[in-house]
Design a protein around this ligand. Structure first.
Ligand code: SF4
Length: 355
C-alpha cells in the first residue's frame, strides 16, 4: 500500500490506534511534528518509548542514535519477558538522519584513546561518560567500564556522581557540553583538557586532569557565536539571551541562562507578555516558539540554524515509515545487537537510577 497525503496517513494511522506510537523530536519540522503522537527531547522520547505498555511498534522521527536508545529501552529483557519475547520494532522515519556529533566518536578512536590513556594514567580511575547523542556502541563502551550516559538536562548531576566514583572523567563526544558543565561545577580550567584525536594529549596535562574532553561538537550549535550575541544584546539590551549548552563556552558565559531544549521551552512558557528573548538553539524549535508565543519577542541568535538531519524527517518520510509497517517490509528498522544493547543499557540505567 502507498500513502499519498496527510488525509490518507491519518486514516491508516487511526486503524493502528494504541498499537502504534509515533515520536517526534522538537527539532523536526512543524508539518511533521503535527503528525506525531508525543513530542520531546531525545531522552524524554526514549523514556516514553520505554514506559509505553500498549504499543506494538514505534516510529521515531528524529536521528539514528535516538531510535537506538528507544530500541534498547523498549526491548530490555524485563520488557521482553512481559511480552513473551515479542520485540517492539523501532522504525526511524528518515534512515539518512544521523547526528554528525555522535559520528565524531567511533569505537576504534575511543578504544585507541582509552589504550593510550592507560599508558599515561590508571584507566581504573577514569569513568567514561557519554552524552546521549552518541552511538549505542559508545554507550556500551561506557557501560562496560562502569560509566554512564548524560543529557544536556542532567549533565551536572551525572558528572557530580561520576566524580564520586572515580577521580577522572572521559567525556564523550561533545566537548562543549563537557566543558560548560565542568566550569559550572567550579572545576578549574587547567583540570579540563581535550583529547586530541590527531596529536595525542600532553601526558602532564592528562595526569593533572579531572575532565578529559573528546573533540566532538554539534555543527548546528557550534556555529552560534559570542560576537553576534554581543551585537544583538547591544541592539536589544532588554532581551534575555538563552542558549543550549552545546554552544561554545564564550557564548554560554555571556548568556543569562543556558540549558537543554526542555529548559528553553520552559523558560518561554513561563515568560510574561512583552518579554524579549534571543535564543541560541536549533531553528525549527525557535520558529515554533515564535509561532506559539506571538505575545513574546523571540529572535534567533543570528541567522537561523536548522539541523539538516532533523529536517529530513518530512511528512513523506513518515508516510513511508507507516507504509513499511503496513506492508511488513521494515527497511528502516533500527535494532541494536543484543551484546551491545546489554552494555549500553547499563550506562543508560546508571543515569536513569540517578532520578
Ligand atoms: S542538532 Fe546537533 S546534536 Fe542535535 S541531531 Fe543535529 S547535529 Fe546532532
Amino acid at each position: 500500500m502507498k500513502i499519498h497525503d496527510v488525509q490518507e496517513f491519518r486514516s491508516v494511522r487511526a486503524q493502528w490506534g494504541k498499537k502504534l506510537l509515533i515520536l517526534g523530536h522538537y527539532y523536526i519540522p512543524d508539518e511533521t511534528i503535527a503528525l506525531t503522537d508525543r513530542q520531546g527531547d531525545s531522552l524524554a522520547l526514549s523514556q516514553i518509548a520505554a514506559a509505553d505498555e500498549t504499543c506494538e511498534a514505534i516510529i521515531f522521527c528524529g536521528v539514528h542514535f535516538m531510535a537506538e536508545t528507544a530500541d534498547i529501552l523498549a526491548n530490555s529483557p524485563e520488557k521482553l519477558a512481559k511480552r513473551d519475547g515479542k520485540r517492539i520494532p523501532v522504525i526511524l522515519s528518515s534512515m539518512t538522519s544521523g547526528c554528525p556529533m555522535a559520528d565524531m566518536a567511533n569505537m576504534a578512536e575511543v578504544t585507541e584513546c582509552w589504550n593510550r590513556l592507560g599508558e599515561l594514567v590508571n584507566t581504573e580511575d577514569i569513568l567514561p561518560v557519554t552524552y546521549v547523542n552518541s552511538s549505542a556502541e559508545i554507550k556500551a563502551f561506557c557501560g562496560r567500564h562502569g560509566g554512564v550516559v548524560c543529557t544536556s538536562g542532567n549533565a551536572r548531576r551525572v558528572l557530580e556522581w561520576a566524580l564520586k566514583q572515580k577521580s577522572r572523567i572521559l567525556f564523550l563526544p561533545d566537548q562543549h557540553l563537557g566543558r560548560n558543565t565542568a566550569l559550572e561545577m567550579g572545576i578549574p580550567r587547567e583540570q579540563i583538557v581535550m583529547w586530541k584525536k590527531v596529536e595525542g594529549a600532553l601526558p602532564e596535562n592528562i595526569k593533572n586532569a579531572k575532565i578529559i574532553l573528546w573533540e566532538g561538537f554539534c555543527p548546528v550549535h557550534n556555529q552560534m557565536d559570542a560576537q553576534k550575541a554581543a551585537e544583538l544584546k547591544t541592539e536589544n539590551p532588554n532581551a534575555k539571551l538563552i542558549v543550549h549548552p552545546e554552544c561554545v563556552q564564550e557564548l554560554v558565559c555571556q548568556s543569562e541562562s543556558a540549558g537543554s531544549t526542555a529548559f528553553i521551552i520552559k523558560e518561554i512558557q513561563n515568560a510574561q507578555s512583552g518579554d524579549r528573548f534571543i535564543i541560541g538553539t536549533e531553528s525549527h524549535l525557535v520558529e515554533r516558539l515564535k509561532n506559539e508565543y506571538p505575545e513574546l519577542s523571540i529572535q534567533h541568535l543570528g541567522k537561523p540554524h536548522p539541523c539538516e538531519d532533523m529536517a529530513r524527517n518530512t511528512p513523506e518520510s513518515l508516510f513511508s515509515a507507516l507504509e513499511q509497517l503496513e506492508n511488513d517490509t521494515l527497511e528502516n528498522l533500527v535494532s541494536v545487537p543484543n551484546e551491545i544493547a546489554k552494555d549500553a543499557r547499563i550506562a543508560l540505567e546508571n543515569m536513569l537510577n540517578l532520578g
